[in-house]
Design a protein around this ligand. Structure first.
Ligand code: SF4
Ligand code: MG
Length: 322
């Protein structure tokens, strides 16, 4: 099966500059050699602490970010080095929604105008059909048509997220990167937005990369889950498999932090994460998790464990479930 989107050996490094000459003194290795496949119609959850590089991956996919190294393939075509002009037809197929769409909604424009923009700017529909298209979008995301005449500040967080989703849908995307779309919302509203996303997925055959720092929402929406730590994927697999048999100590700690605690993890009390996230400028040697891993031995700081396995892959010298 050909993936809808593939990332191959993606690296995103940001130079750190110092002094009046802006000399480069190091790099923040936000994403460090990540490969991933996303299949049509699925939701791939991408989870990890903030700063682990998951947003950078999402932004690289929709080309808000230029990867330093590696490739992005959409429907088997390398889109990494395309010019903006060459990218245009593909760009509409890859959309992103953010934690708070408010910052990207022009406060001086009515919602009707905001939602009409993609159709007009990208000539996605003849001008006389745009009004009807906007009505349809509002309906799709569960907002009344009359909201067209309102301004962004008149909406609640959940409603704004619906508008953000509606705007992404205007492009008739294949894949939507959902970058923490519910993290800023009340729990009751979160469920509504997650339900909306899953309904839209079924109706429109959408594919999602769903990014979150906690496992809660990811568990609810994902078919597969990838766990990131300090710029690398440490485990990836089917959701159920990953929840039942987590192989990486970090995954297991993340799962334990998610309520309700899994009663089968009887010894999980011992499994608490130590200390702070190390700096992505000079990540720990060997396994990057070794400074915080309860199972670390000498080998862990000396050799980097490769990500191994097919459907359920892990990067650990001593997987918890071999
Ligand atoms: Fe822990 Fe070692 Fe596995 Fe890294 S390789 S996760 S330090 S046991
Ligand atoms: Mg982020």
């Amino acid at each position: 099966k050909v993936p809808l989107l593939q990332i191959e050996h993606l690296k995103a490094y940001y130079p750190i500059r110092k002094g009046i000459l802006s000399r480069t003194v190091g790099h923040i290795k936000a994403v460090d050699d990540v490969s991933l496949s996303i299949y049509e119609g699925e939701t791939l959850g991408l989870v990890g602490e903030s700063g682990c590089g998951k947003s950078t991956i999402g932004r690289s996919i929709v080309r808000l970010e230029e990867p330093h190294e590696g490739r992005v393939l959409f429907q088997n075509e390398d889109i990494t080095h395309r010019t903006q002009k060459e990218l245009r037809p593909i760009r509409t197929k890859l959309q992103i929604i953010f934690q708070d769409p408010y910052s990207s909604l022009n406060p001086r424009k009515r919602i009707g105008e905001i939602l009409a923009e993609p159709f007009l700017a990208h000539r996605l529909a003849p001008p006389n059909e745009v009004r009807g298209k906007v009505d349809l979008l509002l309906e799709r995301v569960g907002l009344p048509r009359s909201y067209k005449d309102r301004y962004p500040h008149e909406f609640s967080g959940g409603q704004r997220q619906r508008i953000g989703i509606a705007r992404a849908l205007a492009f008739e995307p294949k894949l939507i990167v959902c970058d923490e779309p519910v993290s800023a919302l009340d729990v009751s509203i979160q469920a509504q937005i997650l339900n909306l996303l899953s309904d839209l997925q079924k109706d429109l055959n959408l594919t999602y990369l769903f990014i979150a720092h906690g496992i809660g929402a990811v568990r609810y929406v994902s078919k597969r889950i990838a766990v990131m730590y300090l710029g690398k994927i440490v485990e990836i697999g089917d959701k159920d498999e990953l929840f039942e048999r987590p192989k990486h100590p970090y995954t297991r700690i993340l799962l334990h932090a998610y309520p309700p605690p899994d009663p089968t993890l009887r010894d999980s009390k011992r499994l608490t994460i130590q200390g702070d996230v190390p700096s992505p400028v000079s990540p720990p040697s060997g396994c990057r998790f070794h400074t915080r891993c309860p199972f670390a031995v000498e080998k862990c700081s000396q050799m980097e464990p490769p990500l191994t396995g097919q459907a359920h892959a892990v990067a650990c010298h001593f997987p918890l479930h071999p």
